[in-house]
Design a protein around this ligand. Structure first.
Ligand code: CAA
Length: 399
């Protein structure tokens, strides 16, 4: 269906989008025996096949810089006036990870750099922040990077929903991929379904509660979206949900459709939702980046999307949700990196369970005041590396 974007005076939206992920992967069938599970529970029950795993010298900063580098390599650094780093696995309580990315990708000094947090939601808040900056001055461009490593306690029910990844987006006026609609819907409720206290590097989670909290929040966000002039659910062509595991997107879409009295045939579900789940099925949960991996997966795997209205349904435990929409811009294909993206996923080194378990024991928070990460085993192969800690300062470099 060809749609007109519901916009302000100037179209604002996503001009470029790129990703990076961990250099390793593990098939969930390899962890199933240790967890006493049938692999089908993960493949079918959770809709997950693999998880990305970071190398010893990879972290949310190196992944974010690797994703952002693809954008500046193509577009240059000119006119980027803001870089926003969205994460729930930040590496410092004070300094914004955006400042490290700013340095690594060679942005000039006349740039504002900031970090945003609200569980898996903050990339969507960053997109709204970016859109407001650009709407105010259409000459400016904003780089949004969402980057996370999902970690839960090993051998817990949540362990198969780990993952790692980063999505970078360039937000501009007259965007070449997705023109965002002005109406969006938001929802906040104080609920303890998932959180990570400062003393922990693994998240704590009330798994079942988190599933119902997610659905309630996205439903609430849709109702707000509609009341603000957003289109009816039936006028949205494709949906990109936050995907802690891909089955979660199906659960939410089915429940919201049923609540709205919309018949969802298997064919319609396949059309509306399935293409957005291909990348997350192989990467696992990437928290803030997950809904945008959904968008990338849709753009890379379905041809001829011009004029279609896409919904991003963003959920961050705790909880905040936002539903926003945009219309795919004619000629968007020229901005994609579909073959390169498939090759990145394919090139990750496959791990066995023993090696993966050993790698998971080394958490970045355990590194202390001095450490030499580079001296260890299982390094990554991306363009940037985290070299270690010197006097409490994290050191990054181009590889
Ligand atoms: N073959 C096929 N399916 C099987 C199976 C088999 N052999 N065995 C089990 N299943 C199915 C189950 O029926 C179930 O499906 P339904 O949900 O459709 O009924 C599914 O596999 C999962 O089984 P369980 O419910 O028994 O799984 P679990 O209790 O071991 O853990 C979980 C599931 C609660 C999601 C857990 O992985 C978890 O806590 N994950 C982290 C929290 C999370 O991701 N929450 C999502 C919402 S919150 C959010 O989105 C923010 C965020 O990023 C964290």
């Amino acid at each position: 269906m060809t749609q007109m974007a519901l916009q302000g005076p100037i179209p604002v939206g996503i001009d470029d989008i790129a990703f990076a992920t961990g250099s390793y992967r593990i098939d969930l069938a390899s962890i199933a025996p240790r967890l006493g599970a049938d692999p089908a529970k993960y493949y079918k029950g959770l809709g997950q096949e693999q998880m990305s795993v970071v190398g010893a010298d990879e972290d949310p900063v190196t992944m974010a810089a690797a994703a952002a580098k693809k954008i500046v390599d193509r577009a240059g650094v000119e006119d980027i006036r803001t870089v926003i780093f969205a994460t729930e696995t930040g590496i410092d309580q004070s300094k914004a990870a955006a400042v490290y990315v700013h340095e690594l990708i060679g942005l000039p000094s006349n740039v504002r750099s900031v970090e945003m947090k609200q569980a898996c939601y903050s990339a969507t808040a960053a997109l709204q922040f970016a859109s407001a900056v650009v709407a105010r001055n259409p000459e400016e461009k904003v780089l949004v990077v969402a980057s996370d490593i999902a970690r839960y306690d090993m051998n817990s029910a949540a362990e198969p929903t780990q993952g790692a990844g980063s999505v970078a987006m360039l937000v501009t006026a007259n965007p070449r991929i997705l023109a965002l609609d002005v109406p969006s819907g938001v929802f906040t409720k104080d609920i303890m379904d998932f959180w990570r206290p400062n003393y922990r590097s693994q998240a704590l989670v009330e798994g079942k509660l988190s599933i119902s909290a997610y659905i309630d929040a996205v439903q609430g966000a849709y109702e707000d979206y509609r009341s603000r002039g957003g289109v009816d659910f039936t006028e949205i062509d494709r949906f990109c949900y936050h995907q802690p595991f891909t089955k979660m997107a199906y659960k939410a879409h089915r429940m919201i459709s049923a609540n709205l009295g919309i018949e969802l045939t298997p064919e319609k579900e396949q059309h509306d939702l399935a293409p957005s789940t291909a990348y997350n099925r192989l990467i696992g949960n990437s928290y803030t980046a997950s809904a945008y991996f959904g968008l990338l997966s849709l753009l890379d795997t379905v041809p001829n999307l011009t004029g279609e209205r896409i919904a991003i349904a963003s959920y961050g435990s705790g909880s905040v949700a936002e539903l926003l929409t945009g219309v795919v811009v004619e000629g968007y294909e020229a901005q994609l990196r579909s073959e390169e993206n498939a090759a990145v996923l394919e090139s990750r080194t496959e791990l066995d369970d023993e090696t993966y378990c050993a790698m998971q024991q080394v958490t970045h928070e355990d590194q202390g005041e001095y450490s030499n990460v580079e001296a260890g085993a299982n390094l990554g192969n991306g363009p940037f590396s985290w070299k270690g800690v010197e006097g409490g300062k994290r050191i990054y470099a181009a590889r």
